[in-house]
Design a protein around this ligand. Structure first.
Ligand code: HEC
Ligand code: HEC
Length: 471
C-alpha cells in the first residue's frame, strides 16, 4: 500500500515536471521565434495567436498549421488550405518560414493558449525588469468586516442610550413634579425653558424613530450568506454615523442635566464645589489657607516662615513616570537591543535611499518621443544591441542592412533619422509593417534600441528607401 502510494506520488510529480518543462519550452520558443511579430492576446504585426489552433482544427486543417509556420508562402501557393487563404492578406508582409518541428509548434501553441498565470505577458528577452512593480491595494475585507461589526454594535448601543435618554427626558418633562417646579420658576426664567423643551422633544422623537430603524438592520450573525465585501467607504460611513450619534448623545445628556439643574439647583452647586476640591487635591494638594497653621514649620528667618506642603501630586507622578520610562528605556535599548540613534539613523537613510532610487528609476522611465535623447553610454548601447538582436533582426537583419524592413544604416530614412523620430517609429510602429514596441518595451528600452540603431555603421544591403536624407 505504502509502496503504491509512493509510486503514485512519484508518477504524479514526474507528470507535473513534464508538463512544466513542456510549457516552459513553449514559452522559450515563443519568445525566441514568434514574439517579434505575435503577441499572446493582441494583434501585432501578425494576428494574435490565442485560440489559433482551435480555429484551424475546427476548419479541419489542424495538421496544416505546421506547414503554415514552416513555409506559409508554399502553403498559400498550394491552394490546399482555406485558413491560409483567409489570413494571407492580414499584413503587407508575409510570415517568414520558421524553423520549428511539429513538437515544438505544439509546445508553442500549448503555451499560447495557457500562458502561466504569474506571467501573463511574455517579457521580451534582454528586457531589464526594473520597471517599478505596481502594488494594488485591496481592502482587507476580513478586517473590514470585523470593524464593521464593532461599529454596528456601537451604533446599536448608542441608539439604545439615545432611546433611554430621550424617553427619560420626555418622562421627566411630562411629570407633574416637573411642571409644578417649572411653574414656580417661570417668572424668573422667562420662557427660555420652552426653547429647550421643544428641542428636547424633537430630538426625543427623532431618536425613537431612529431606534426602529436600527432594529430593522439585518442581524449579521443570522444571515447565512457572507454578505461581506465591506469597502473602506462603508467603514467611513459607519464611523460618520457613530460620530453623529455621539454628538446627539452629548447634546441630549447636556440637556438632561440642564433640566435636572432647573429642579435641583442647590445640589448642583454643592457638587461643583466638591468637584473643584477634588481637582485641587489631584493637581496641587495644597492645604487651604484657613488650615495653613497646621503645617507651619517651627523655624523662622527674619520673619520668613515655611509651610510643610506636600509635593504637588502631578509632579510626583511625573517623577515616578520618568523613573519607570527610564527603566523601560534601559531594557528596551540596552538589554533587548532596540535601535540606538545611529542604527535608527542608518535605517532611515537606507529606506530613504531605496525610495530615492525608486523615484529616480520611475522618473527615468518618463521619456517619450518628445524628450528622447541619444544615448552614448556603452552599457546602454549594449543593452540596445541585445534588444535589437532578439527583436529586430528578423526584419532588419543582423547588421541592420535591411530585409523585410528597410536598411537602417544608410543615409535614407522614411520617417526621419533624429533620435526622436526613430524613437517614435520604434514605439508606435508604422503603417507598412513596422510593428509597435510600446507594449513590449519600456520607454528606456526603446531609447536604448533606437540609440543602438543610430550607432550602426554603414552596411551594404537593401536599396535605399525614403526621402529624408541624413547629411
Ligand atoms: C516576422 C514576423 C513573424 C514571425 C517571426 C512569426 N510570424 Fe506568424 N504571422 C506573421 C504574419 C504577418 C501573419 C499573418 C499572415 C499574413 O499576413 O500573410 C502570421 C500568421 C500566423 C499564423 C496564422 C494565424 C491565423 O489566424 O490563421 C500562425 C498560426 C502563426 N503566424 C504562427 C507563428 C508562430 C508559431 C511563429 C513562431 C514560431 C510565428 N508565427 C512567427 C508574422 C510572423
Ligand atoms: C515584423 C518586421 C519588423 C520588425 C520585427 C521590426 N521592424 Fe522596423 N521596420 C519594418 C518595416 C516593414 C519598416 C518599413 C515601414 C514603413 O515603410 O512604413 C520598418 C521601419 C523601421 C524604421 C524606420 C526606417 C526609416 O527609414 O525611417 C526603423 C527605425 C525601424 N524599423 C527600427 C526597428 C527596430 C529598432 C526594431 C526592433 C525593436 C524593428 N524595427 C523591428 C519591419 C520590422
Amino acid at each position: 500500500m505504502k509502496k503504491l502510494f509512493k509510486q503514485t506520488i512519484a508518477l504524479f510529480s514526474f507528470t507535473i515536471l513534464l508538463v512544466n518543462a513542456h510549457a516552459q519550452d513553449g514559452q522559450a520558443l515563443f519568445k525566441a521565434k514568434c514574439n517579434t511579430c505575435h503577441l499572446l492576446d493582441k494583434v501585432s504585426t501578425g494576428p494574435m495567436l490565442k485560440g489559433v489552433k482551435q480555429k484551424w482544427t475546427d476548419a479541419g486543417e489542424g495538421d496544416q498549421l505546421i506547414d503554415w509556420v514552416t513555409n506559409s508562402t508554399a502553403l498559400i501557393a498550394s491552394g490546399k488550405s482555406t485558413m491560409a487563404d483567409a489570413i494571407k492578406g492580414f499584413s503587407p508582409m508575409e510570415m517568414p518560414g520558421q524553423q520549428v518541428t511539429k513538437e515544438e509548434l505544439d509546445a508553442i501553441l500549448t503555451f499560447v493558449d495557457n500562458p502561466p498565470v504569474a506571467a501573463p505577458t511574455v517579457e521580451t528577452t534582454g528586457a531589464t525588469t526594473d520597471s517599478a512593480a505596481e502594488v494594488v491595494l485591496k481592502p482587507n475585507y476580513k478586517e473590514n468586516l470585523n470593524t464593521f461589526y464593532w461599529l454596528l454594535c456601537s451604533i446599536v448601543i448608542m441608539l439604545i442610550v439615545i432611546f433611554i435618554l430621550s424617553s427619560s427626558i420626555i418622562n421627566l418633562v411630562k411629570s407633574d413634579y416637573f411642571t409644578n417646579k417649572i411653574a414656580e420658576k417661570k417668572n424668573k426664567e422667562n420662557g427660555n425653558i420652552f426653547k429647550v423643551l421643544i428641542l428636547i422633544i424633537t430630538f426625543g422623537l427623532m431618536a425613537t424613530g431612529n431606534t426602529t430603524l436600527a432594529m430593522s438592520i439585518p442581524e449579521p450573525s443570522t444571515d447565512p450568506q457572507p454578505w461581506i465585501l465591506i469597502e473602506n467607504a462603508d467603514i467611513y460611513f459607519l464611523i460618520t454615523i457613530n460620530i453623529v450619534l455621539v454628538l446627539v448623545i452629548i447634546y441630549l445628556q447636556s440637556q438632561f442635566k440642564r433640566l435636572l439643574a432647573l429642579v435641583y439647583e442647590r445640589k448642583r452647586k454643592e457638587k461643583e464645589v466638591k468637584a473643584l476640591k477634588k481637582l485641587n487635591k489631584v493637581l496641587t494638594d495644597v492645604v487651604p489657607i484657613e488650615e495653613e497653621h497646621t503645617i507651619l514649620m517651627h523655624h523662622e528667618y527674619d520673619g520668613i516662615r515655611e509651610l510643610d506642603n506636600n509635593l504637588p501630586p502631578w509632579w510626583v507622578w511625573g517623577f515616578a513616570l520618568t523613573i519607570v520610562s527610564g527603566i523601560i528605556y534601559l531594557f528596551y535599548y540596552h538589554v533587548f537591543g532596540g535601535d540606538l540613534q545611529y542604527q535608527a539613523y542608518e535605517k532611515e537613510m537606507r529606506k530613504a535611499d531605496t525610495e530615492v532610487k525608486a523615484y529616480l528609476s520611475k522618473m527615468s522611465m518618463n521619456v517619450d518621443e518628445t524628450s528622447a535623447t541619444l544615448m552614448k553610454d556603452a552599457a546602454d548601447l549594449s543593452k540596445g544591441k541585445a534588444l535589437f538582436e532578439t527583436n529586430c533582426v528578423t526584419c532588419h537583419n543582423p547588421k541592420g542592412e535591411g530585409n523585410i524592413g528597410p536598411n537602417l544604416t544608410d543615409k535614407n530614412w522614411i520617417y526621419g533619422f533624429d533620435i526622436k523620430d526613430v524613437f517614435k517609429t520604434v514605439k508606435n510602429g508604422t503603417p507598412n509593417g513596422m510593428p509597435e514596441h510600446n507594449s513590449k518595451f519600456n520607454p528606456v528600452q526603446i531609447q536604448q534600441v533606437a540609440s543602438f540603431v543610430l550607432s550602426l555603421p554603414d552596411a551594404k544591403g537593401k536599396a535605399a528607401q525614403g526621402e529624408i536624407l541624413e547629411k
